[in-house]
Ligand binder design. Structure first.
Ligand code: MN
Ligand code: MN
Length: 477
């Protein structure tokens, strides 16, 4: 047999096996910071607020503040700014040495996650137990939500316009909430139904109270407060709101669990909302940790509403990117602002930073193993997402796949390339196609997960680190 050059053959690597102790220490440090971010950021509003806190601490200014500085063009390179769009999405930039006409180098993730939203009239009392009625948001398996501790997040906007921020159930000394399930002894009928239908979404009712007022036994006509009245009185005392104010609220139920290490070796993190705050945090950190004034303006983008189709005026289909490009173009002085913004979009390059499914040996039959991403294999690149026949995807051209993978290779970033599941079992969109619609060159790449969209999702710390290193390499040049 002829000699064979082993380099001709592609071999998968587990990135942990090529990592020395100093890099492992960096992985641990990054992931500790990430866990803190996750625990503080359970909704898109909270994620945007957490980002602003980190940005302000690093000297970033709002675009309005930068505008007021009226900096001459030559002073703009290196300027660090952010642009918040309707409290739920944000663009963050380090202005480059070149005019925005040459395009941005962007990394874009989404910060909304599957959860249970409260219905507009959420309070419902049955047999002296008070519930929040919910309407689920995004793709969830209903059966995963009963019998776990839950927390309440969001805002209530009172009639007078005052906005109240609500966050209950995250601290150890705060109450939590829960959805009940049927005991197995009496669950025969339930257990014989398919998993997709044995929990009716109308039954995802969250227990929020159970103590009615005391009855005066001496007084035959004694009236007492219902549980609902008691809890309404609590809400009024704590927040100054009444039942009608729930109709002007945006309140959501999320798992109350904190991000936690998994395994004796602490190699993985279990957390609510890795999808897609793992990419949002790593791209944010990349921007914060840049060493250079980049040639092209570096941008990190947090989008909202990805989980329900990137819709609405804060989703990736909205004109928020165009508005941001116009605002940046306007900083460079009057003149052809619209032309500059349009040229900017057409010349922009973007990593669509979103999670994918890692090959799970317990469910091997839905994956094409040779085209799957693996836990610990590094940042996972998807040339296309979509579903059977590539419908609903932005198929990235080979030229840009080469450009990105070259940047990763030059910077020692561990990466793998995959499809999410078998042709007819996989699928799922990202913001990539909507960015591509605007003329941006875009490639999907992010962290592979297990248990995606479950109340707790799993990610490998090494892949989180390589996503960070990949995004940093892409923008810091
Ligand atoms: Mn996602
Ligand atoms: Mn998702």
């Amino acid at each position: 047999m002829a000699d064979f050059d082993e380099k001709l053959e592609f071999k998968r690597r587990n990135s942990w096996q090529y990592m020395d102790e100093s890099v492992k220490a960096e992985v641990t440090a990054l992931c500790e910071d990430y866990k803190k971010f996750l625990d503080e950021s359970k909704t898109e509003r909270e994620a945007v607020d957490s980002a602003i806190k980190l940005l302000r601490a690093s000297g970033f200014l709002s675009i309005e503040e930068v505008r007021d500085l009226k900096l001459p063009k030559e002073k703009l390179p290196g300027t660090k700014l952010y642009y918040v769009h309707r409290n739920r999405c944000i663009f963050i930039a380090v202005l480059g040495k070149e005019n925005p006409e040459v395009g941005f180098n962007m990394v874009g993730a989404h910060v909304d996650c599957p959860r249970l939203d409260l219905k507009p009239n959420p309070l419902s009392e049955k047999n002296n137990v008070l519930y929040f009625r919910t309407h689920y948001y995004g793709g969830i398996k209903m059966y995963q939500w009963p019998t776990i501790p839950l927390s309440l997040h969001g805002v209530i906007v009172k009639k007078n316009g005052e906005k109240i921020t609500v966050k209950i159930g995250e601290n150890d000394d705060e109450p939590k909430f829960m959805i009940s399930d049927l005991l197995p002894h009496m669950g025969g009928g339930q257990m014989s139904k398919p998993a997709g239908s044995f929990i009716d979404p109308e039954n995802l009712n969250v227990i929020i109270g159970s103590i009615p007022g005391k009855i005066d036994e001496e007084d035959k006509d004694s009236k007492t407060l219902t549980v609902k009245q008691q809890i309404l009185a609590y809400f009024n005392e704590k927040y100054g709101v009444d039942e009608k104010d729930f109709q002007r609220a945006e309140l959501v139920i999320t798992p109350a669990a904190k991000a936690t290490d998994i395994g004796f070796d602490r190699g993985m993190i279990a957390a609510y909302g890795h999808d897609d705050r793992v990419c949002a945090y790593t791209e944010l950190r990349a921007l914060l940790d840049m060493k250079n004034v980049p040639t092209r303006t570096a941008v990190a983008y947090f989008a909202d509403k990805e989980e329900i189709g990137s819709v609405g005026n804060t989703g990736a289909r909205s004109n928020s990117l165009e508005l941001f490009a116009i605002e940046i173009a306007a900083l460079y002085g009057p003149g052809e602002v619209m032309l500059t913004a349009n040229r900017c979009l057409a010349a922009s390059k973007m990593l669509s930073a979103d999670v994918t499914a890692a090959f799970d040996p317990s469910y091997a039959d839905v994956y094409d193993e040779s085209n799957a991403a693996f836990m610990g294999g590094g940042i996972a690149i998807e040339k296309y997402t979509g579903h059977g026949g590539k419908s609903g995807t932005s198929d990235c051209p080979a030229e840009f796949v080469r450009e990105v993978t070259d940047i990763f290779d030059e910077n020692g970033v561990a990466w793998q390339i995959n499809e999410m599941g078998k042709i007819h079992s996989g699928g799922g969109g990202t913001i990539a196609q909507f960015m591509a619609d605007k003329g941006v060159e875009v490639l999907d790449c992010g962290v592979p997960l297990w248990s995606m969209h479950a109340p707790l999702e799993l990610a490998s710390k090494s892949d989180i680190y390589w996503a960070y290193k990949g995004y940093l390499a892409f923008i810091d040049r």
